[in-house]
Design a protein around this ligand. Structure first.
Ligand SMILES: Nc1nc2c(ncn2[C@@H]2O[C@H](COP(=O)(O)OP(=O)(O)OP(=O)(O)O)[C@@H](O)[C@H]2O)c(=O)[nH]1
Ligand SMILES: [Mg+2]
Length: 244
């Protein structure tokens, strides 16, 4: 079984689109690969009507599990909650704003079938023009710089550490003790997999701009949180300090 985990915070307009743009797209792809799926939708204390929308989805789609957090605890906490509630032996994580398209689940599954890797990670920097919708040159510059630092420290040819959109073998994730509370959880997971010598395989996937709702990204906080993870990688890899 594949567990599709989606963390949501104030994403009512996007959640409303799932019966049209997520379930009928992801479901048949997963079926073609001979798998069943469940959708684990984690509402992280949204202040809009996200939770009400998710509860409506549960009524019309039988394989939807809604996990409400009550208060806003952060994307990293929501991802960990989602994992704790998932039953699949494979996990696919997705952004709630459909900026990575459900159609591209096909690419993750095809690469998994071909490589059997522990993680198939989407990257808009692996391939020409896949990131062209990221409109802000500043954001693109910061993102590429941070990815460069990870690449150097991890000595790996990964081009994107920050995308949520990935497929994991659940067993590989179960070995990790995750601590991040915010967006940097994606970098923490991939760094720990690489440090544990797991196979991570990247596929080029196009990223789109969000059509509805607002960005929750706080660039300053993001940079600080990533520097913290980079420092931990440095200690784990070069000073042999434990970081699970
Ligand atoms: N659970 C939870 N999810 C969050 C939180 N903040 C953001 N998210 C989710 O994390 C994903 C990424 O957040 P976004 O705001 O889209 O950040 P981004 O993709 O860097 O920015 P844009 O797509 O350009 O707006 C989305 O699915 C959000 O709903 C949070 O505090 N808690
Ligand atoms: Mg987004």
């Amino acid at each position: 079984m594949i567990s599709i985990i989606i963390p949501l915070f104030n994403e009512a307009e996007n959640a409303r689109l799932y019966p049209e743009r997520l379930f009928p797209v992801a479901g048949p792809i997963i079926e073609r690969y001979g798998e069943t799926c469940e959708y684990i939708l984690v509402d992280d204390g949204s202040r809009d009507t996200t939770l009400a929308e998710l509860n409506k989805l549960k009524e019309i789609q039988k394989n939807v599990v809604v996990v409400p957090h009550g208060a806003n605890k952060g994307m990293g906490v929501a991802v960990r909650t989602g994992l704790a509630h998932s039953k699949g032996d494979l996990v696919i994580m997705m952004d709630s704003d459909l900026t990575y398209r459900p159609e591209d689940i096909e690419k993750l599954l095809a690469a998994y079938r071909e490589t059997g890797a522990d993680c198939i990670s989407a990257s808009p920097y692996r391939g020409k023009d896949l990131a062209k919708e990221i409109s802000s040159p500043f954001r693109l510059f910061i993102s590429k710089s941070v990815n460069f630092l990870y690449r150097v420290l991890l000595q790996d040819d990964l081009t994107c550490v920050s995308a949520i959109f990935r497929l994991y073998r659940k067993e590989a994730l179960d070995e990790l003790i995750l601590e991040s509370n915010n967006f940097e959880i994606c970098a923490e997971i991939i760094a720990k997999l690489i440090l544990n010598r797991k196979n991570v395989y990247e596929v080029g996937v196009r990223v789109y701009t969000r059509e509805y709702g607002e960005s929750k990204l706080n660039v300053r906080k993001e940079i600080f949180n990533n520097l913290r993870i980079l420092f931990k990688i440095l200690k784990a890899k070069y000073l042999r300090q434990k970081w699970q």
